[in-house]
Design a protein around this ligand. Structure first.
Ligand code: ATP
Ligand code: MG
Length: 571
């Protein structure tokens, strides 16, 4: 490929206001991507070259696991999404549009609905199962905060696959095949990943694993134990929590004066307690369903919002504003579950730790007053009880009691056991051996192709952020052929000759045939990141070129007749 025809618009872009991480700055410098709108990018030829290589790896591993490729429409009708209930449920992330006849459509964020109808309408008998189908396709999610370039785009490339089985055992089997395939894919892409138990989110179903590439810019927090190997996403992690042990009997509840004592720290020090003997009362609203919540949690913990959403089965919750608290006849800083008479009905959620805690605290819903010696359920009752706490850095492993470790990770893939949620909603059944209709057991499996590219750049870009060495299988080209001075007749003819020779031998060569200063050619070559470099320079007259291996920084002079054999050896 001639570089003069291969658009690689390198430039100088440093980390700044809009460029929030080194991989984004590098990809802009290396002329790999161009932003078109927030979270919407063009992939320029160099990036697209690497995307294709990632896709090749994914295709190979999927095929090895007997998952085969198809292609589904990006634009999907509302009716189908109504059947699964996700038109309402998906919220603002679903990109919606209307056609000229005013019919509603969305742009696929994933494709459970379409694949399930394809299988429903074409697979009727137990004899045709199991199946596993995948596509590599553009996805759309109107993310609230598109960030870090391709990492969190609104339009991005995903491999999504879906498995269909006769029963749960079949699903288990395919799920583990996918798990193995994903491990292979991330290894081949050079990404060190940690597998974590994950929250199932809006998609429904039961078991799920997220594959996290460890990275400073990861948006997810991984909780793991170095001793026994426990790993979980913060949204799912549990621990041996920091509970207060209270060796006393249940006491009579008492109303006390607490002038201007509003925070947990203040109330704890006022009573000479540790904060783990207090309780916090936090109010939320679910705007979609117009429901109010009061969440009661041990004072030394924060609420993990995902755990809370899952417990109460809500899509979105937000804390009440100060004005709304007043409007509900509540007193900020003194809210509690006793003497609790808000204007609207509230659903009360109790963190399960408080089932064990005796004689804790509560705001009295009156200014400057608290209750002490509060006990569940003598003093109040909850509508939901569960674990809504976020694990702390000093909590202990739930399996072996060792102190837990925390890391940041980028989710590059996720696998889910869907069970029969979608097959039941969409009527995707098969006839078993007794001609009885049974719902198919489904799994779904996603990989962020474009996100992998970004995660790879983030992991492999050099310290100076001016060059990169890609993992072996993601090299954009096998060889970078650089002609020092194209005005020299012999250099031009030798470089052309070498380029033809490599092309004829199926070696993927990028030939820098441009009339640029040699310094900027080398700088660009560092940005492009090909490991083997052939430099056609001064000794062209003698048919001698320089061969550089960037991996070990070796340089040799070599005659053109020896070149092909040596390069084949290196590749
Ligand atoms: P996240 O938690 O990062 O929002 P998700 O759990 O919603 O991701 P999935 O529905 O599991 O994502 O999608 C499968 C894969 O698609 C993810 O593992 C990730 O690699 C990729 N992906 C998801 N959202 C985006 C996005 N906005 N931009 C780029 N890749 C994405
Ligand atoms: Mg996910």
């Amino acid at each position: 490929m001639k570089q003069s025809r291969f658009l690689i618009p390198t430039s100088k872009v440093e980390i700044g206001d809009d460029v929030t991480c080194k991989s984004l700055s590098f990809m802009l410098k290396a002329g790999m991507i161009k932003q078109i709108a927030a979270g919407v990018y063009s992939y320029l030829p160099l990036a697209w070259n690497i995307i294709k290589k990632i896709e090749d790896i994914v295709r190979l591993e999927m095929n090895k696991a007997e998952s085969y490729e198809l292609n589904m429409p990006i634009m999907q009708p509302k009716e189908l999404w109504d059947e699964s209930g996700r038109w309402e449920k998906y919220g603002k992330e679903l990109m919606r549009m209307k056609d000229r006849k005013d019919r509603d459509f969305c742009l696929q964020p994933t494709s459970e609905e379409v694949i399930t109808t394809i299988v429903r309408d074409n697979v009727k008998s137990w004899r045709l199962l199991p199946l596993n189908l995948f596509q590599i396709q553009t996805k759309f999610r109107d993310e609230a905060r598109p960030r870090f370039g391709l990492m969190r785009g609104r339009e991005f490339i995903m491999k999504d696959s879906y498995s269909f089985d006769l029963n749960e055992e079949g699903l288990d089997y395919q799920y583990h095949l996918m798990e193995k395939a994903y491990e292979n894919i991330f290894n081949k892409c050079g990404l060190k990943t940690i597998k974590v138990n994950a929250d199932n989110g809006a998609i429904g179903g039961s078991e799920s694993i997220e594959f996290m590439a460890v990275s400073e810019i990861g948006e997810d927090t991984l909780v793991y134990c170095d001793k026994c190997g426990y790993q979980a996403n913060l949204e799912k992690a549990t621990a041996n929590y920091d509970f207060a042990i209270v060796n006393e009997d249940i006491k009579d509840i008492e109303l006390i004066d607490t002038p201007n004592i509003m925070s947990i720290d203040d109330i704890a020090s006022f009573l000479s307690f540790e904060t783990n003997r207090t309780a916090k009362y936090i109010t939320f609203k679910d705007d979609t369903n117009n429901k109010y919540y009061l969440v009661v949690i041990q004072g030394n913990y924060d609420i993990n919002e995902t755990k809370l959403l899952n417990l109460v089965k809500a899509q979105e919750l937000r804390m009440l504003s100060d004005d709304e608290i007043i409007e509900q006849n509540l007193v900020k800083g003194f809210i509690g579950a006793i003497n609790f008479n808000p204007k609207d009905k509230f659903i009360i959620v109790l963190d399960e730790a408080l089932l064990k805690l005796k004689n804790f605290t509560a705001g009295a819903n009156v200014k400057d007053k608290h209750y002490i010696n509060v006990n569940y359920e003598r003093d109040f009752k909850a509508d939901f009880i569960g674990d809504v706490k976020e694990v702390h850095t000093n909590d202990k492993c739930v399996v072996c009691n060792e102190t837990l470790s925390f890391d940041k990770g980028i989710e590059v893939g996720q696998i889910f056991k869907l069970g029969t949620v979608y097959s039941e909603a969409l009527g995707c059944t098969y006839l078993d051996k007794n001609q009885k209709a049974q719902p198919m057991w489904m799994g779904c499996y996603g990989i962020g192709i474009s996100r992998i590219l970004m995660a790879v750049v983030e992991a492999y870009v050099n310290e100076d952020n001016n060059s990169i060495i890609y993992p072996k299988l993601l090299q954009p080209f096998d060889v970078h052929l650089i002609m020092v001075d194209g005005k020299k007749e012999k250099q031009l003819s030798l470089a052309n000759e070498i380029s033809d020779l490599l092309v004829d031998n199926n070696i993927n060569v990028l030939f820098d045939d441009r009339h640029e200063r040699v310094g900027s050619k080398f700088a660009d070559s560092d940005l492009i990141g090909v490991n083997i470099r052939i430099i056609v320079g001064k000794k062209a007259d003698e048919n001698v070129v320089e061969l550089v291996n960037r991996l070990d920084s070796t340089k040799i002079e070599i005659n053109k007749d020896e070149l092909l054999k040596t390069i084949k050896g290196m590749i």
